[in-house]
Design a binder for this molecule. Structure first.
Ligand code: KIV
Ligand code: ZN
Length: 518
């Protein structure tokens, strides 16, 4: 039977130790709520004694975030444990996480105490924490540079004192997988009462081995992994949560004895949230969550994935809540890939026309790093007979303000017929888009919205470019006006007119279209 691996997230504690990644209370709460949606088992949300701000954030999260265990960090001293308890006591399931170093270098130079005194301190700290709550985690800081006999004695004593979780951190990212696995296995075999606690691992990434070390520890007896979203953390960071949980799923043939309960479809969202609130960009080539992780550039690869996705993709982007494999058009892209993107834009060309188009595409691609859908549209401009508008904008009036409900009145003309609708929305543009949907009976998904000034000064002409998605087509819409709401409406109508023209040409299904109510 497979065993559960507990996922302990320390993005808000060790992750927040990333230089420059300080978060305010509201941001921490937002991330903690998202971590609960991700379904992590434990959220370590701070070090309450370290500052009044940290204390308040931990207490707020403990009060407001339901589901996961809420842990706070404490050194092995009463004052820290008191502060930690006062902050986490509101949680449904609170955990006090006590840490104390066990390596000779830390004991001698940092703590300046002998090993026996520190062993006693650890035991007393666990007993004290245990007087507050049942769930007490004990970390042997710098375990990977500690003496095995000493660690076994400390672990046995703190479990006797009541520790429920024993964490073996690779604090300086020094471990290599086999040795780390062996360390865990030795502790599992030598500590007589180890079955009374869960063994946990916490790996730093100084040698780029944090994820593989964590997985090696699991193979040898660890049942809790401490990790952070996007691998953020002190120095080179901690093991990346997303890499661990996806590796366990994609390679379940290898990790068949284990499972976790992470809701992987929330990974993409969580990763973007943490990146934007911490101000730490995600490298484009970062495993699982980087922009290029599901982007195919080589012509041979693009051809392969169009024939069968699995030729070059082992992970379906939807598993992490992301978008399916993207094709990046460059000078290396083959005919198959260019035709595919063109068809997604709604252009179906016969072989002769396509051959001519492909030559023009290559000329452009030689000049540009990447060719975007808008570029393909521009190349197609002289063939766009069907962009002659079906609906034209006759009249637009919008209202918005801090105290009013945003609303729009839109009048469109089709042939000689006039249609008027008024709608409300999240803002004036949304309200106008709702009115247009209502008139035209097409409800595309707005994928991208871009506004830029094409002239200078206060009366600058604004150009809005949007990408709308409908069925499997992605359409570009463009509109200009000195009024940005009007430019937005013109761009949307431009995209809708293209969709309607495609429909008239038989290039769209009818089934998603809603009955018109005019
Ligand atoms: O890296 C480390 O040792 C830590 C402990 C506090 C668990 O972060
Ligand atoms: Zn750490």
């Amino acid at each position: 039977m497979s065993e559960k691996i507990m996922i302990f997230d320390s993005t808000l504690r060790d992750g927040e130790q990333t230089p420059g990644a300080k978060l305010n209370l509201e941001e921490k709460l937002k991330i903690a709520k998202q971590l609960a949606k991700l379904n992590v088992d434990i959220i370590e949300c701070g070090f309450p004694v370290s500052s009044p701000g940290d204390f308040k954030a931990v207490a707020t999260i403990a009060k407001e975030v339901k589901g996961p265990v809420i842990a706070g960090l404490a050194r092995a001293v009463k004052g820290d444990i008191d502060a930690c308890w006062e902050a986490i006591k509101y949680a449904e399931r609170p955990r006090i996480h006590v840490f104390l170093a066990s390596s000779p270098i830390h004991m001698q130079y940092k703590l300046r105490k002998d090993p026996e005194t520190l062993l006693e301190m650890g035991v007393e700290a666990v007993k004290y924490a245990k007087s507050k709550t049942h769930d007490v985690q004990y970390s042997l800081e710098d375990a990977t540079r500690s003496d095995m006999d000493y660690m076994c004695r400390v672990i046995e004593a703190v479990i006797d004192a009541g520790a429920t979780v024993i964490n073996l951190p690779d604090t300086v990212g020094y471990a290599v997988p086999e040795q780390y696995g062996e360390m865990v296995r030795t502790i599992m075999n030598r500590v007589p009462n180890i079955d009374k606690a869960t063994v946990s691992v916490h790996c730093h990434n100084d040698l780029g081995l944090a994820v593989i070390n964590s997985l090696a520890a699991v193979q040898n007896g660890a049942r809790q992994i401490e990790c952070n979203i996007n691998g953020v953390g002190e120095r080179a960071g901690n093991a990346a949560l997303e890499e661990i949980v996806i590796a366990m799923l994609i390679r379940k043939d290898y990790f068949k004895d284990f499972y976790h309960d992470i809701n992987t479809r929330e990974i993409y969202k969580t990763s973007r949230l943490v990146s934007s609130l911490m101000g730490i960009p995600i490298p484009v080539n970062k495993a699982i969550i980087g922009k290029n992780a599901f982007t195919h550039s080589s012509g041979i690869h693009q051809d392969g994935i169009l024939k069968n996705m699995e030729t070059y993709e082992i992970i379906n982007a939807e598993l992490i809540g992301g978008k399916a494999g993207q094709i990046k058009l460059t000078a290396r892209s083959g005919r198959h890939a260019v035709r595919h993107v063109l068809e997604r834009l709604g252009f179906v060309l016969d072989d002769n026309d396509f051959a001519e188009f492909y030559t023009r595409f290559l000329e452009l691609a030689d000049k540009k790093k990447e060719v975007y859908p808008q570029d393909l549209e521009a190349l197609m401009a002289d063939r766009l007979a069907y962009t002659a508008p079906i609906y034209t904008l006759e009249y637009l009036q919008t209202t918005s303000g801090s105290k009013s409900i945003p609303a729009a009145v839109v009048k469109l003309k089709k042939d000689e017929e006039v249609f008027v609708r008024s709608e409300t929305g999240a803002g004036p543009i949304d309200a106008a888009y709702n009115a247009i949907d209502n008139i035209t009976g097409i409800e595309p998904r707005l994928e991208k919205y871009d506004l830029r000034a094409v002239t200078e000064g206060r009366d600058a002409l604004g150009e809005v470019t949007i990408l709308i998605e409908y069925q499997d087509k992605t359409i570009v819409g463009r509109g200009t006006s000195t009024d940005i709401v009007e430019a937005s409406v013109r761009a949307y109508l431009n995209g809708i007119n293209k969709l309607l023209a495609m429909k008239a040409n038989g290039n769209l299904n009818n089934h998603q279209e809603k009955e018109k109510s005019n």
